[in-house]
Design a protein around this ligand. Structure first.
Ligand code: ADP
Ligand code: MG
Length: 220
């Protein structure tokens, strides 16, 4: 039996500042297999972004573990976390994941040099996203919809076995949203584990499973 693509066990995350303590996650467990698309929903402040950051190894959980393909990414040195992340995880955040001084094409190539996955041919990838004509543009020269597609190109560049997306369609027109959702669905169909944080009913509609968060816990 092979390990699930993504497994989080009893995650806790507390932020402490002076005498304030915020309990962002309070015992969240989540398992996502390859081929599954899971939507994480919940009101603002319920812990969705904190959960994704812990899953990506960008934040250390205060308690609990995160395993990627059976390998622990939590509670390890930053270099080990970065290596595992580069090997397995594509990230799509609402704020741009593009490097400002690199063209769209070079942003995609950069990710491909970092990740060990099968690099996808850059031009074909950009074409499938309808932004091949913007390959040499810099991020600030892109429209909102184009930037979202370029961000998706970067997230998909190394054919990640795990894709984590934080409100990826939050600022998109409905055409771009439909395209992004189609591509996330396709990625899951090809065997990747996909976790999408979103308020959008259209994301929940295409998900295999919806995980509702409330106040740092999975709501019943
Ligand atoms: P969501 O993405 O569901 O809106 P977040 O995960 O961003 O929620 O935040 C969950 C809670 O943790 C909120 O109360 C937020 O204010 C707090 N929080 C998030 N990040 C930090 C941080 N870096 N420092 C302190 N508190 C934080
Ligand atoms: Mg958030």
């Amino acid at each position: 039996m092979s390990a699930p693509a993504l497994a989080a066990h009893d995650l806790y995350k507390f932020y402490r500042a002076a005498d304030e303590e915020t309990r962002a996650l309070r015992g969240v467990s989540l398992t996502v297999d390859g081929g599954e698309l899971v939507a994480v929903t919940g009101p603002s402040g319920s812990g969705k972004s904190t959960l994704l950051a812990c899953l990506a190894g960008l934040e250390e959980p205060t308690g609990g573990d995160v395993l990627l393909h059976g390998r622990r990414i939590s509670h390890r040195a930053e270099t080990d976390r970065a290596r595992l992340r580069a090997r397995h995880v594509g990230m799509l955040w609402q704020s741009s994941n593009l490097v400002a001084h690199l063209s769209v094409r070079d942003n995609v190539r950069l990710v491909q040099t970092l990740g060990p996955g099968e690099p996808r041919p850059v031009e074909a990838l950009l074409e499938s996203l309808g932004i091949d004509h913007r390959a040499t543009a810099l991020p600030h020269e892109l429209s909102g919809g184009e930037a979202a597609r370029a961000g998706l190109a970067v997230a998909l560049a190394s054919s990640p076995s795990i894709l984590l997306a934080d409100e990826p369609t939050g600022e998109l027109d409905s055409d771009s949203e439909a395209l992004v959702l189609h591509l996330l669905r396709e990625l899951a169909r090809s065997g990747s584990a996909v976790v999408v944080v979103s308020h959008s009913p259209s994301v929940a509609a295409i998900a295999d499973r919806v995980v509702p968060l409330a106040d740092g816990r999975v709501a019943a």
